[in-house]
Design a protein around this ligand. Structure first.
Ligand code: HEM
Length: 329
């Protein structure tokens, strides 16, 4: 091959490689990376694999109707199926693992419509784009030589992805909870509330446990039984209801809409928006929540998504995981 042909061929190879490296990941690629990281566990979720089903109801505060016409805030009692979970795809991870916890809620609204809130117990997410989320997974893959993630790759990831920093700082300062009944959960994303006059208000929300937020000490983290969170919630709901207050933060048009790694100004007005009451907890195998896809874009009239690229990417990712687990893969 003469040198001109060689350099054209090399340029073509380089361009192809470069285009691949820069191309945003697809949902299938991200789900495959989750599988590579934690293994494939047939019939199970590819993320948040550990979980427990809960049942109860939600009563919204009527004052919120000034911001949204959603039936969630009619003042009526709305049946809820939910699932608490631990982020990650390892079915053997102990409950004391320092990972975010999830709370997914499916509200059954009148007229057979449903609405989902799928939240985490952290105020911000660790990625502003699917690319950062994907790169985080790649940086945590086990090095074949050691069987463990390469600390150098993890360091490089942190240095090149400043959008992962706010969550990293929060996680470093906050231990896991003593009980699911003592965790607060955040919408993280910004959503749009649309009222009867078609006026839109930007909002974020926060579910605050009636019994307060309580965390394990460093010493306690090493002593807890593997599934202590499940055992505790089953026992607590047998004794009586467990409650959370939904607090709604009213945003301004200038507030960040599309980046879930950025906090809103602390002085934004917050109002009481409703009460979640959970009355039962059941191990997930065969229970109501097991086969639900808690896609956060399942929404009824009166609440709409923003163009947050992470929020938009969650839907196809959950669908990819859902199809696999429903078909026994
Ligand atoms: C690029 C971003 C994200 C990706 C790719 C992703 C991916 C996934 C996948 C594949 C599942 C399993 C779905 C299933 O099989 O049903 C899942 C579950 C879950 N995710 Fe995400 N996620 C992302 C961001 C988030 C964010 C921002 C939150 C919270 C605001 C969140 C909260 C949850 C929760 C609570 C569950 C468990 C839902 C359940 O109990 O079924 N995720 N995620």
């Amino acid at each position: 091959m003469n040198s001109k042909i060689l350099s054209v061929a090399m340029a073509a190879v380089f361009c192809t490689f470069n285009a691949t490296a820069q191309q945003a990941p697809t949902a299938d690629q991200v789900v495959s990376a989750l599988e590579k990281l934690s293994g494939v566990h047939p019939g199970e979720r590819r993320n948040h694999i550990i979980g427990i089903c809960v049942g109860g109801s939600f009563v919204g505060t009527k004052d919120v109707q000034a911001f949204t016409r959603s039936a969630l805030f009619s003042g009526a009692t709305i049946p809820v199926i939910g699932r608490f979970s631990l982020a990650g795809g390892n079915p053997k991870a102990p409950d004391a693992t320092k990972n975010p916890r999830g709370l997914a809620l499916q509200f059954k609204l009148p007229g057979n419509s449903i609405h989902h809130f799928t939240m985490l117990n952290v105020p911000v997410f660790g990625a502003a784009t699917p690319q950062t989320f994907y790169n985080a997974l790649l940086s945590n893959m086990a090095d074949p030589a050691t069987g463990k993630p390469d600390p150098e790759k993890q360091k490089q990831f942190r240095e090149t992805h400043p959008d992962a920093k706010p969550l990293g700082e929060f996680m470093a300062k906050n231990n896991p909870p003593v009980s699911y009944a003592n965790i607060d959960f955040f919408s993280i994303h910004t959503f749009k509330f649309i009222n009867a006059n078609n006026q839109t208000t930007l909002v974020r929300w926060h579910f605050v446990p009636e019994d307060g937020v309580k965390r394990l000490t460093d010493a306690e983290m090493g002593m807890m039984p593997a599934r202590f969170l499940d055992d505790d919630l089953i026992a607590k709901t047998k004794k009586g209801p467990v409650r959370w207050n939904m607090m709604l933060t009213i945003g301004q048009d200038s507030d960040v809409q599309t980046n879930p790694t950025i906090y809103w100004p602390a002085e934004r007005k917050t109002i009481q928006a409703g009460v979640l009451t959970l009355t039962s907890a059941t191990l997930q195998k065969g229970a109501d929540c097991e086969k639900i896809n808690f896609d956060p874009l399942v929404m009824a009239d009166g609440i709409a998504p923003t163009d947050d690229p992470i929020l938009q990417f969650r839907s196809p990712s959950y669908a990819a995981s859902f199809v696999k687990r429903l078909t026994g893969n």
